[in-house]
Design a protein around this ligand. Structure first.
Ligand code: ZN
Length: 220
């Protein structure tokens, strides 16, 4: 079902894509989410006092709204999946990707996710009986989730086709951070670098065995 007189179109940038290219972009964007972990790990390498669990969860939590936005469009707005994949950009409905209110909101959600989800999963995975210090609520955890969220929004702004950086004051896409001003090229570069970085650190740590798994989940 098409909605008329309602600005749901893609991007707003000069880039005009074919429908199949738009579909590919959605699937790519979804695929990138776990690869934000590599950036979180890198930040931990540089700022060792930060909490890797917080950084990692903060670096992926904003994308929790991607399936929610798509479900909202299909089930609440009654728009077909076909239209969602080809004509409508779910990103125009994003909240957590809007810096002004998305950063504090995603930080709060991220802290909650560390304590309520990440903690039991990691403790079970690492067969821990006592709650490790890294997974207890602390100012450092909150700051680390915050930094992770900011890193996510920054990485996205380097290559996304729709960047609501100035919402709610300006609803168009602010593409000043898109690499080389060339969104498809930026997309390719950022996805490749983030994927290579994440795969490299995960493999490097897992080669250390159980200790590597602990380092990946909780840091060092
Ligand atoms: Zn994102």
């Amino acid at each position: 079902m098409k909605k008329r007189g309602f600005n749901l179109s893609w991007g707003g940038s000069a880039v005009r894509k074919s429908q199949s290219a738009k579909s590919v972009e959605i699937s790519r964007a979804v695929c990138l989410t776990p690869f934000h972990y590599g950036v979180a790990y890198l930040i931990k390498r540089v700022y060792r006092k930060l909490n890797l669990a917080g950084l990692a969860v903060g670096a992926v939590i904003p994308d929790i709204e991607a399936p929610i936005a798509i479900a909202y469009l299909i089930w609440i707005r009654g728009i077909s999946l076909q239209s969602v994949l080809t004509e409508i950009n779910p990103r125009t409905f994003y909240v957590l990707h809007v810096p002004l209110y998305g950063i504090p909101l995603a930080t709060g959600l991220g802290v909650l996710a560390v304590v309520a989800v990440y903690r039991p999963v990691v403790m079970r995975m690492l067969r821990m009986k006592a709650v490790p210090e890294e997974l207890t609520l602390s100012p450092n955890l909150v700051v680390s989730v915050f930094v992770g969220v900011v890193s996510h929004l920054l990485v996205d702004a380097l290559h996304h086709s729709y960047n609501p950086l100035l919402k709610p004051f300006y609803t168009g896409s602010v593409d000043v951070l898109v690499l080389f001003g060339n969104q498809p090229l930026a997309d390719l570069i950022v996805q490749t670098v983030c994927a290579a970085l994440t795969i490299a650190v995960v493999v490097m740590e897992l080669l250390k065995g159980r200790e590597g798994l602990r380092r990946l989940a909780l840091g060092w």
